[in-house]
Ligand binder design. Structure first.
Ligand code: HEC
Ligand code: HEC
Ligand code: HEC
Ligand code: HEC
Ligand code: HEC
Ligand code: HEC
Ligand code: HEC
Ligand code: HEC
Ligand code: HEC
Ligand code: HEC
Ligand code: HEC
Length: 463
């Protein structure tokens, strides 16, 4: 700056003449070339960054106060009487006043400028340094936004300078990112949404208590969670947040379990059969526990509370996965497939001629045509007691009970008559005495797919 002032003093008079001449464009063409003026207005080397007289160095000494340049280069530095705009060589300098250049609300704000330039920072680097920590200007970008400009390793998860490691080092604080990427991280002024690359992160604040519903709504994207939380969910190489230390993913004894454990999504309802009796009531994927909701329905009655029959296993009505990722398990409709895959519901009777074809109606929630609820025929022709029959077969009633109904839909007499049609009535003795050699219902022999006449000393036989 001192050097400039000396130079300026020497040429002040000529400078004034220049101003006069340049006010008339015709005359301007006739005046001597800029070279001669330069030697007089500015010292030699003024435009040469390697020279000791370089204007940048001169201004730096004076803390970059360029007010004195305005006399000839205009208040906006766009040329003025000198006809040399500072912006001819460096488009973004001199910067507007701090109140504008650093103010996101101002139209001349540096962020808006950089955005307009397609986020190209080469120009800034020439003064602020290739790594933006100051360069010749001494002004580091990181003084104001610690995370920007983003470095070369920023997008590479294996780099020590990845954005993930930066965020980790900041104890997962994202406020600094939110200023540019938006409070909801969907872009903000930067226009870059975090969710373009990882749909599930940043987690909403509700996530610690509310992620079950978020998971449900996005079809359980477990693979994505694993990308950060590790393949076993115990914490990844960068994200050291384990799912098993939260106290949420545990078995019934409180022992930590992976989120892939069956009870994460299904509640105790998927406890081992041996444990079901003491299990909590079934819980649906949506958290329901009422039996009027199909997802809960009469599970408990079938699984542990059967009155006149052995308990029914899951596999009687579903294809049961052994792991979460098994094909066909996590469907997108969030509704269980009811597949009568065990022999019992689809048991063939009448000596191999009567095929029941059981189905579940997802609209009315009825089980139709199941062997269990009376879709069977006992054939007299193949019976050792053919003479006992009052017609060619004894028939069940083929009931269609509602899964969301009450036990009345499976009361004694709904699945078959007492006794069934084709069976003599008024025999004067208890059913149980002929059928079970007993005075009470034998729940091991009733509804087990076999004709039981143990009261006659007969072994059980197939229909
Ligand atoms: C008295 C008028 C005047 C003042 C004050 C003035 N300049 Fe200039 N400047 C000129 C004129 C005229 C030219 C064009 C002729 C020339 O290149 O010397 C010029 C040219 C320049 C150039 C171009 C040099 C080149 O090599 O092409 C730079 C850089 C420059 N000025 C920077 C500055 C800076 C920085 C200041 C303030 C510290 C300043 N000027 C103050 C009149 C002035
Ligand atoms: C020709 C050199 C030069 C270029 C090019 C340059 N700067 Fe600067 N910048 C400086 C200097 C010198 C300072 C410190 C003095 C000042 O504010 O003028 C500074 C300061 C700043 C400040 C702080 C202003 C304040 O209010 O404190 C910001 C922000 C800034 N520059 C952003 C940028 C951006 C963004 C770019 C690229 C588009 C850029 N600069 C390009 C030299 C430059
Ligand atoms: C002929 C081209 C040219 C013109 C015109 C020009 N500059 Fe520069 N200026 C440069 C170059 C080249 C640099 C070195 C840094 C770079 O590469 O951007 C520089 C650097 C600077 C620096 C140093 C920044 C630092 O961080 O050290 C300042 C300050 C500066 N110019 C101010 C001005 C001002 C004010 C004007 C207008 C009055 C102006 N310049 C006009 C070419 C020019
Ligand atoms: C250009 C794609 C991309 C964008 C945009 C992006 N990330 Fe990432 N981020 C990744 C990749 C790749 C990983 C590595 C994990 C993975 O494969 O999912 C990752 C991982 C992370 C991690 C975990 C630590 C790590 O390194 O594995 C955090 C924290 C993170 N990003 C935060 C953010 C935030 C906050 C935003 C938005 C401001 C964001 N990311 C935007 C690609 C991106
Ligand atoms: C000062 C503004 C600003 C801040 C603060 C900021 N970003 Fe950015 N970010 C941007 C801009 C602008 C882009 C797009 C251009 C670029 O990559 O430089 C971007 C791009 C990214 C990308 C790469 C996206 C792609 O597709 O290339 C990731 C990842 C990212 N930011 C993560 C983060 C994270 C994480 C934080 C917080 C630690 C953060 N950003 C803070 C402005 C910012
Ligand atoms: C004096 C403080 C200051 C300095 C120094 C500074 N910035 Fe900024 N910058 C801000 C503020 C304030 C914002 C608005 C966003 C925020 O609050 O983080 C911003 C935002 C930006 C944005 C806009 C991002 C977006 O999404 O709109 C870019 C780009 C940017 N700065 C680039 C730079 C570069 C490049 C440098 C260094 C050359 C720099 N800044 C230095 C204060 C500064
Ligand atoms: C891009 C990396 C990334 C992905 C993908 C990711 N997480 Fe996270 N998760 C984190 C980080 C980092 C934290 C710790 C900081 C925080 O709470 O935001 C975390 C924390 C959590 C927390 C604890 C939240 C709290 O406030 O205590 C839960 C719960 C969670 N993640 C669940 C999930 C689930 C479920 C998925 C898959 C849908 C998932 N995460 C995918 C990075 C990720
Ligand atoms: C007697 C047949 C039957 C048995 C046995 C049975 N289920 Fe179901 N299950 C159903 C029916 C019917 C539905 C309701 C389907 C619908 O309407 O959406 C259902 C629904 C479900 C659902 C969906 C819950 C939800 O949240 O949407 C799951 C999970 C399920 N069963 C698991 C099991 C498991 C595990 C077992 C064994 C412990 C089992 N079921 C035993 C018939 C059965
Ligand atoms: C991440 C959550 C989740 C976990 C963990 C999980 N399930 Fe499921 N399960 C579901 C969803 C969702 C459905 C409904 C699928 C659909 O839309 O068809 C389902 C359905 C079922 C069904 C009904 C049949 C079907 O496929 O529709 C059974 C049986 C079942 N799960 C058993 C299990 C068992 C056993 C485990 C443990 C090995 C387990 N589930 C772990 C989410 C889960
Ligand atoms: C006197 C003995 C006797 C009594 C009492 C008796 N049954 Fe039977 N029941 C039979 C015989 C014999 C058959 C034919 C078995 C065969 O074909 O192998 C039969 C067949 C049946 C069948 C069809 C085949 C099977 O075992 O599922 C049903 C159902 C049945 N009885 C129910 C009843 C009911 C209900 C009562 C009481 C109201 C009853 N029975 C009382 C002897 C008896
Ligand atoms: C949910 C349907 C259902 C209900 C309710 C039901 N039964 Fe049965 N019952 C069957 C089926 C199926 C058979 C065919 C034989 C088998 O599978 O063991 C059967 C067979 C019998 C038999 C023949 C013996 C045998 O086991 O083969 C007797 C006796 C009998 N039931 C009595 C009763 C009595 C008494 C009640 C009421 C207390 C009753 N049942 C309620 C489904 C039912």
């Amino acid at each position: 700056m001192r050097r400039f002032i000396q130079g300026f003093g020497r040429v002040a008079a000529l400078g004034a003449v220049t101003v006069l001449l340049w006010s008339c464009s015709d005359l301007k063409k006739d005046i001597p070339t800029a070279v001669s003026l330069q030697t007089q207005v500015h010292p030699a080397g003024w435009g040469d960054s390697t020279s000791a007289n370089f204007h940048g160095k001169s201004l730096k000494v004076g803390q970059y106060d360029a007010t004195s340049c305005q006399a000839c280069h205009s208040k906006q530095y766009t040329g003025g009487t000198s006809d040399v705009s500072c912006f001819r060589c460096h488009t973004s300098y001199p910067h507007p006043a701090s109140s504008k250049w650093s103010n996101p609300a101002d139209s001349t704000y540096h962020g808006a400028y950089v955005k307009k330039m397609g986020w190209n920072l080469d120009e800034c680097a020439s003064c602020h340094g290739a790594n933006f920590t100051g360069g010749t200007s001494g002004q580091s970008c990181y003084d104001c936004h610690a995370a920007y400009p983003h470095g070369t390793g920023w997008k590479n998860p294996t780099s020590s300078a990845s954005h993930g490691k930066f965020v980790k080092a900041s104890n997962w604080q994202l406020d600094g990112c939110a200023t540019c990427h938006g409070s909801g991280f969907t872009g903000g002024t930067s226009g870059v949404s975090c969710y373009t690359c990882h749909v599930q992160y940043p987690h909403p604040t509700s996530f610690s208590t509310g992620h079950p519903s978020a998971m449900l709504n996005s079809d359980f994207p477990l693979a994505q969670c694993q990308a950060c939380h590790g393949t076993t969910y115990a914490g990844g190489s960068v994200v050291n947040v384990s799912c098993m230390t939260s106290g949420c993913h545990v078995d019934r004894n409180g022992t930590p379990k992976s989120p892939e454990a069956c009870n994460t999504c299904h509640g105790d309802f998927s406890a081992p059969a041996s444990d079901l009796a003491s299990a909590a009531p079934p819980r649906s994927l949506h958290g329901d526990t009422l039996t009027t909701v199909p997802a809960v329905g009469l599970h408990q009655k079938h699984l542990v509370g059967a009155v006149n029959a052995p308990n029914v296993e899951c596999a009687a009505c579903h294809v049961v996965p052994t792991a979460v990722g098994d094909a066909g398990h996590l469907g997108t409709d969030l509704r269980a497939e009811v597949v009568f895959s065990s022999a019992l519901a689809a048991q063939v009777t009448a000596n191999g001629t009567f095929v029941p074809n059981p189905t579940y109606n997802t609209t009315t929630n009825q089980c139709n045509n199941t062997y269990c609820h009376g879709n069977w025929k006992a054939d007299s022709a193949s019976s050792p007691y053919a003479g006992f029959y009052t017609k060619s077969s004894m028939d069940g009633l083929n009931a269609a009970p509602h899964w969301t109904g009450t036990s009345a839909e499976a009361a004694c007499g709904t699945c078959h008559g007492l006794p069934p049609s084709g069976h003599p009535t008024g025999l004067g003795v208890s059913c149980y005495s002929c059928h079970y050699n007993s005075t009470t219902m034998d729940t091991r022999l009733h509804m087990n797919g076999k004709i039981s006449l143990t009261g006659f000393g007969q072994p059980e036989r197939s229909f």
